[in-house]
Design a protein around this ligand. Structure first.
Ligand code: SAM
Ligand code: SF4
Length: 454
């Protein structure tokens, strides 16, 4: 039992509990506290010390029991979308070809480490940028290299991310022959007016037709991303987007809340009065609700607070592993990973990255030391992501759950969870605020740590 004498729930700060409101979905908090749960700053190593530590970890054949995945980054896009924070380099054939040659070298070099060969990988994700901008030959070659050089579990999910623009049958066939078994396309919105304003290529008719063809072929899992809160989106055209998800037969869909940030084309357009002020968080909450209800009515399986599957095929394994704190081997400029608990982000600058490859001395921004209570933090992120905080799945089980009950009760009062026994199930409102809840629970445990005796 917890011995800590906590303040009454109303004395916990609203930043943790959310505020009481007749519409917690819209007003429990004012803003999402980031794209992902953030567990605070970690100590890091730099320079030579960091490199020595990374090579020490990679030379160990003793691997943790955690599930593991590979992330391969392709940092090129043909056009920069107005809302996006991931854009790195404009596609240029020569640059992509040079990059690809180096990427092969990095992939092979990293496959040879004892750490890499110690256990099977459960998921591989080739993300970007726009990996579907690679040529058919490159897609095929990349898939083959992944299968040839890495130990993969039998049911390993191998995803290619990108977009439908110019993703013709040649590319699809080449990627399938290379062993990709899942495709994740950023659609963002089907509506042509919304798409044009966001600088998305192609119109709705092409997107609907191409997606329908790909799913009907039954050759791989097809998932898409949609964003809610983009300029010109309305409840009506959003409803049509949701209907298009159903009608195209895609196996999985992510609904992302639009996050705006300074420096984006969208923000510049808003500042210059060329674009209307985007929807408020409370209006975006209603769009989330619309999506949530639509998928429930159509018997989709909910895999996380923002991801739904139609049928049994879609698992979205990479995303769920990443949120559970899996080991992730990073490959490519700008790829992030986690090796034996050491987190690293490879440099985004291609020239610096290139120099690192030629010397087998990987160029990364910094190497963060394993987090205190990494397992606990991953369990919190994963539970909030999946919408259920279950005592039996938390480190310290019931002791931790009871220790957090003052917070859970405040959440319940504010309409964010429903408490039964040793479980706190996030309501729809709680799911909309999932990242805030994960951050709040982590902060609560920093303010009121579990003592050793508990
Ligand atoms: C790294 S991007 C790659 C997607 C792909 N290149 C495309 O064009 O669709 C992955 C996803 O991040 C999401 N995303 C990008 N910018 C966002 C923003 N400002 N707010 C919310 N989601 C965003 C989009 O849904 C996108 O599909
Ligand atoms: S959404 Fe995709 S294509 Fe558009 S800029 Fe971002 S990563 Fe590139």
């Amino acid at each position: 039992m917890s011995t800590i004498d906590l303040a009454p729930t109303q004395q916990l700060p609203e930043a943790l509990t959310g505020q009481a409101s007749p519409s917690p979905l819209q007003f429990a908090f004012t803003k999402k506290t980031g794209a992902h749960a953030n567990h605070g700053k970690r100590e890091s190593l730099n320079g030579e010390q960091a490199h020595q530590m990374l090579s020490k970890q990679l030379s160990q054949s003793k691997a943790s029991k955690l599930p593991r995945a590979i992330y391969i980054h392709i940092p090129f896009c043909r056009v920069r979308c107005t809302f996006c924070n991931f854009f790195q380099y404009a596609s240029n054939q020569q640059m992509i070809d040079d990059y690809f040659t180096l990427l092969e070298q990095e992939l092979i070099a990293k496959s040879r480490y004892p750490w890499t060969q110690a256990r099977n990988f459960d998921a591989v994700y080739v993300g970007g940028g726009t990996p579907t901008d690679l040529s058919p030959e490159q897609l095929n070659q990349l898939g083959q290299l992944i299968h040839r050089y890495f130990p993969l579990s039998d049911s390993c999910e191998v995803t290619l991310e990108g977009r439908l623009n110019r993703f013709d049958d040649n590319k699809f066939e080449a990627a399938l022959a290379g062993g990709f078994n899942r495709f994740s396309f950023g659609v963002q919105s089907f509506n042509s007016k919304v798409r044009r304003a966001a600088k998305r290529l192609d119109k709705r008719d092409y997107i609907v037709e191409r997606l329908s063809q790909l799913t009907a072929s039954n050759r791989a899992t097809i998932a898409i991303d949609l964003i809610y809160g983009l300029p010109h989106q309305t409840p009506e055209n959003w409803q049509q987007d949701l209907q298009d998800v159903l009608d195209t037969g895609v196996h999985g869909v992510d609904l992302y809340q639009l996050l705006t940030f300074g420096g984006s084309g969208l923000q510049r357009n808003i500042d210059a009065g060329r674009e209307a002020v985007p929807l408020s968080t409370s209006d975006k909450a209603l769009m989330y609700q619309q999506g949530h209800q639509f998928f429930a009515q159509n018997a989709f399986r909910q895999l996380s607070y923002c991801h739904w599957a139609n049928g049994e095929q879609e698992q979205s394994r990479y995303n769920s592993l990443a949120k559970q704190g899996a080991e992730i081997l990073p490959i490519g400029a700008g790829a992030g990973g986690n090796i034996n608990g050491y987190a690293l982000m490879q440099t985004r600058d291609i020239d610096t990255w290139r120099a690192g490859i030629t010397e087998n001395n990987w160029a990364f921004e910094q190497l963060s030391l394993p987090a205190n209570n990494a397992q606990l933090k991953a369990a919190i992120t994963s539970a909030c992501d999946q919408g259920l905080i279950d005592a039996d799945k938390l480190p310290h089980g019931r002791t931790l759950f009871e220790h957090c009950e003052p917070l859970f009760k405040a959440w319940q009062t504010n309409g964010l969870v429903s408490l039964t026994g040793q479980q706190a199930a996030l309501t729809m409102a709680g799911q909309f605020w999932s990242v805030n809840l994960a951050n709040a629970m982590t902060q609560y445990l920093q303010m009121y740590p579990l003592t050793n005796s508990q």
